[in-house]
Design a protein around this ligand. Structure first.
Ligand SMILES: [Zn+2]
Length: 102
């Protein structure tokens, strides 16, 4: 397993993993419930959602997928949901978590 991406937000990790799987790269998200372990680990990055791929052979393609995602601008300014407080990408109309209008 190879760590390919450290996300700032859970939706970010899931989006990346989803795109990788669509590209035929087996990817997994870890630390998705980051908030429950914050405080037990000294390094910020350990507690953040991470995307791992299964095979070294996919690493190069995975990085191309990552570049495409970043080029598409999904990491533009995020919007906090007024209903549940979760952050969604700025180009979303509805909260990814609860479906409220942003
Ligand atoms: Zn919400």
């Amino acid at each position: 397993m190879i760590r390919i991406y450290i996300a700032r937000q859970r939706y970010d990790a899931w989006l990346v993993a989803d795109r990788l799987n669509q590209a035929g790269i087996r990817a997994h998200v870890f630390n998705q419930h980051a908030s429950s372990i914050v405080g037990d680990v000294p390094c910020d990055h350990v507690a953040q959602p991470q995307v791992w791929i299964e095979r070294e052979i996919d690493r190069e393609r995975a990085q191309i997928v990552l570049r495409d995602i970043e080029a598409a601008g999904h990491r533009a300014d995020s919007v906090a949901c007024a209903s549940c407080g979760e952050e969604s990408p700025g180009n979303f109309d509805l909260c990814w978590k609860c479906g409220a209008t942003l």
